[in-house]
Design a protein around this ligand. Structure first.
Ligand code: MC0
Length: 141
């Protein structure tokens, strides 16, 4: 079911500065930018590779406010890896399967994620301290 890593989310204070860093260090290209008010972030997706079922990305996240999830994370832990996102073919199915194993779901139903995806988060305390996101990528037209 967990067929690939869709993206790694990195919390940063200054999105433009970290876009410059990641694109110059690793020669990655920004393929999407978005403000997601519901999640409290301004973000950019940097393309890493294509694979079966979809691409993989580095996701750079700047908080829109100090009391957003990423704002609180930076205040407590500083900048760095915020979450790991697994690409799944069916997010509701994945939520039901993993919820059935006793992992707390942070979302009752999928929310809107980057590039038209549908996403849901799992509690980090139930996944070895790793905030985990399930991502169903947008269907290719
Ligand atoms: C908090 N904790 C983490 C963590 N954030 N552990 C690992 N990774 C993280 N990112 C730990 C804290 O250190 C604490 O542990 C415990 O979890 C509870 O944290 P808290 O600070 O007391 O509680 P809150 O209120 O900050 O909530 C944490 C929680 C929340 C993970 C539940 O941030 C959340 O619901 N996140 C899901 C939504 C999200 O992160 N959205 C932003 C990315 P101790 O040991 O100190 O008790 S949006 C996104 O990425 C979208 C756009 C996309 O991909 O498309």
């Amino acid at each position: 079911m967990f067929m690939r890593i869709d993206h790694i989310g990195i919390a940063c204070r200054d999105l433009e500065e970290k876009i410059e860093l990641f694109s110059s260090l690793f020669e990655l290209e920004v393929v999407a930018r978005e403000v997601n008010e519901e999640q409290g972030v301004k973000e950019a997706m940097l393309h890493v590779a294509d694979g079966e079922g979809g691409g993989s990305y580095i996701q750079l996240l700047e908080p829109l406010s100090e009391d957003s999830p990423v704002g609180k994370f930076i205040a407590k832990r500083g900048e760095g890896v915020h979450h790991v996102a697994f690409g799944v073919p069916d997010v509701e199915g994945a939520m039901a399967t993993i919820g059935g194993k006793g992992v707390r779901l942070l979302d009752e139903r999928p929310r809107h994620g980057s590039m038209g995806s549908r996403i849901a988060f799992l509690h980090p305390k139930d996944v070895g301290g790793m905030l985990t996101e399930l991502v169903e990528a947008a269907k290719q037209q």
